[in-house]
Each structure stands twice: as structure tokens, then as C-alpha cells.
Design a protein around this ligand. Structure first.
Ligand code: BMA
Length: 376
């Protein structure tokens, strides 16, 4: 008997399977995403095998002991390494109430310019949104019961909430590169969604309400406002199981990046390392199973240890394949007396160790990603 037809059939169905998979993995949640956004999506996936991008929140706006104004071009990361981060985090909280500056006093006009600078250097932009409570008018940290239900379609605050998303759309539409193309943005709304501190978090809404909020937000921005330069990042805080991570997950067609936030606070390096390692392992499994990009969407370590960057953080991250890690903001001395920073600044005790971290082949900074041409 001639076996060729059987082999051919097998081969044909196998290659169809491969093509279908590749096609499915080519496009983000927005099937009409601009070509730069699609390129970023695919390049971030590839990047996860080479190393991870180092990111910093508000990096170009201020650092410890300085504010933008007359310090154009400055960055705490650049002061220490001579290079900028690969990823820039920005924050839109209070844009929704027409404030000219965000909740951390960064002017939105300036933010748009700085986003453009980072992008023109080949860097990546991610934006979070600590939006006020749309039911009470208080801050994001006011978890009044019923807030999420009130802004869903049919809810008493739904139309009002749409006016907030309209303002997000105006801001995003203002992000253009020098050739008139939209600057791709990794948008990260409703973050730390399993924690109880924000009005959208934890027990303050049901899984169904959260999913509806997520899907409404994505479809409103994408289909109504026609924004096609956003990738969507779903992110929890620390979590203990894949079930917990996915409890409010809206579905693969609504998400591009899967991440979580982690702060070491008073944990020993051993405990922090074990926790981080365990969560990254689960995150990578989730991302692999769902064809998403795994990322550490916010982190903060214990910088009392001078060797934390290579001795603790890099040791764990080297054993994993995530696309990026975003260090939170270097606020410095705050009005409430707290001294807040998460990455080194000139003269800070972990700086020398951070240079070693920078020099390691697995960490990617601005010069590395400029070479990667992530938008092509
Ligand atoms: C928190 C702190 C606050 C800040 C908020 C939003 O973790 O850094 O100072 O206002 O994030 O950026």
C-alpha cells in the first residue's frame, strides 16, 4: 500500500496547525493594531528569551533631589550607568478630573513630550492609571462598595465614567512619533487587582464585575475611540496560585501582557527570592499556555543590601524569561515624611552593584533596545 497520501495528510494538517498557531500569535488583543504596535507585541515575545528590559517609573520627570525643569535629559538611571532605562513607566491618575498634573505632580503636557523622547530613542512606554473613585470622587484608594457595578453599562455612573475614558483617549491620541505614527503604549489599568486597597480590587467587586469592567474599557478605547496603539497589561499583586492569578482574568482575547507587582518591604532576601521565583514560574506557565508576554509590572527591593541587584534580583530573574521589570518611582523625600525610592541614584549605596547589574548581558537598557528596533 502506498503510504504517501497518509504522510501527506499528516504533513498538511501539521503545517496547517503550525500556521494557525503562528497567525494566532501575530496579533494582539486589538486586531486593528498599528504596525508599530504589532511589531512591539511580537518583538517583546522574542525579547523574553534574550534578557529582560529594565524599566523605571517617571524616570525622565524627576529623581531623588531633582525635578525636570532645568534638568532636561536627566535620569537617575543615567546618572548611575550612563544609559537610560529600556522601558519608561508613566501614570495618568487625575487626568480624569482635568488636573494639569498627575497625582505625583507630573505635568501631563510634559509627560507627553518625555514619552516621545523615550520612544524616539527606541524605548518602550507603559502607562498605569490610579484613577479616582468615579462614584465618590475620592482617590483610587477609596474602595466604596458598589463602585465597579455603578460604572458598568446600565450603572448610575456609566456615562460619567465614559467621560473619563474619553480623556484617556485624548491623551493617548496626543502621543505621536516624528513620522506622525502613534507611539505604542502598554496600558496597565486596574492594576494589583487582587489587593484590597483600590476600589476595583479584591473583594470590592465580583470576578464577573471586574471582567466586565476590563472588557468594557478595552472595547470602548479600541472600538469606540478607535485607539489602535495600545497593548493591554493584566496585573495582580503578589499571588499564591494560578487559580488566584486567573480568578478575574477576562480571557485571552482581551489581554496582551500578563504581569504582577511585588515589593520586598521587610522580607529577608531569602523569603523574597523564594516568593519571586515561585510567582515568576507560575507567571511563565500562564503566559506560555495563553500565548501572552510575561512581565514584572512593578517591583521594589530592599536596597539596604548593597549587593541586592546582582546578589538577589538578578539571580532570580536570570532563571526566568520575562520581557521586562519596572522599578517604581524615585520620589525621594515626600511631604508625608517618607523617603521613597526603588532604583539607585548618584551616590546611593547600591549604585556600584547596579553598574554590575547593568553590565550583565541579561539586563537590557536603552542602548540594547535601540539596537533591537522593537517597532519594526
Ligand atoms: C505609590 C507611591 C505613591 C504614589 C502612587 C502612585 O506606590 O509611590 O507615592 O502617589 O504610587 O504613583
Amino acid at each position: 500500500m502506498n503510504k504517501t497520501p497518509v504522510i501527506f495528510l499528516f504533513w498538511a494538517s501539521f503545517s496547517f496547525f503550525l500556521t494557525a498557531r503562528a497567525a494566532a500569535s501575530d496579533l494582539p488583543a486589538d486586531k486593528k493594531a498599528t504596525k508599530e504596535t504589532v511589531a512591539l507585541f511580537n518583538n517583546l515575545k522574542k525579547l523574553a528569551g534574550k534578557g529582560f528590559m529594565f524599566g523605571h517609573q517617571d524616570d525622565l520627570a524627576y529623581g531623588v533631589g531633582w525635578k525636570y525643569a532645568n534638568n532636561a535629559g536627566r535620569s537617575d538611571i543615567k546618572d548611575v550607568t550612563g544609559d537610560y532605562p529600556a522601558l519608561y513607566g508613566w501614570e495618568l491618575g487625575r487626568l480624569e478630573i482635568d488636573s494639569p498634573v498627575n497625582l505625583d505632580s507630573v505635568s501631563f503636557t510634559m509627560m507627553q513630550q518625555l514619552i516621545k523622547q523615550g520612544y524616539e530613542r527606541g524605548g518602550v512606554i507603559t502607562i498605569s492609571w490610579h484613577l479616582n473613585n468615579p462614584l465618590t470622587g475620592k482617590t483610587a484608594w477609596n474602595p466604596a462598595e458598589g463602585t465597579v457595578a455603578s460604572i458598568l453599562p446600565g450603572g448610575s455612573r456609566h456615562e460619567f465614567f465614559k467621560s473619563w475614558l474619553d480623556k484617556i483617549a485624548v491623551f493617548m491620541n496626543g502621543l505621536k512619533g516624528s513620522h506622525g505614527e502613534f507611539i505604542p503604549v502598554i496600558f496597565r489599568p486596574y492594576h494589583e487587582l487582587n489587593g484590597n486597597w483600590f476600589w476595583w480590587g479584591g473583594s470590592h467587586c465580583t470576578p464577573d464585575e471586574f471582567r466586565k469592567l476590563w472588557m468594557f474599557t478595552v472595547s470602548y478605547l479600541r472600538d469606540e475611540k478607535k485607539l489602535h496603539h495600545l497593548l493591554y497589561a493584566y496585573n495582580t499583586d503578589r499571588y499564591s496560585s494560578k487559580e488566584e492569578y486567573l480568578a478575574k482574568y477576562p480571557g485571552d482575547e482581551w489581554v496582551d501582557i500578563t504581569g504582577f507587582d511585588i515589593y520586598q518591604r521587610n522580607d529577608s532576601n531569602e523569603k523574597f527570592s523564594a516568593d519571586l521565583d515561585k510567582m515568576l514560574t507560575m507567571l511563565e506557565e500562564i503566559a506560555r499556555e495563553r500565548n501572552k508576554i510575561p512581565a514584572l509590572t512593578e517591583f521594589g527591593g530592599n536596597l539596604d543590601d548593597k549587593n541586592w541587584w546582582t546578589g538577589t534580583f538578578l539571580k532570580i530573574l536570570s532563571a526566568h524569561n520575562i520581557a521586562y521589570a519596572l522599578g517604581w518611582r524615585n520620589a525621594g523625600q515626600k511631604a508625608n515624611g517618607q523617603f521613597e525610592y526603588y532604583v539607585p541614584y548618584k551616590g546611593e549605596p547600591t549604585s556600584a552593584n547596579f553598574v554590575k547589574f547593568y553590565e550583565d548581558g541579561r539586563t537590557l537598557f536603552q542602548k540594547d533596545v535601540t539596537n533591537e528596533k522593537l517597532y519594526q
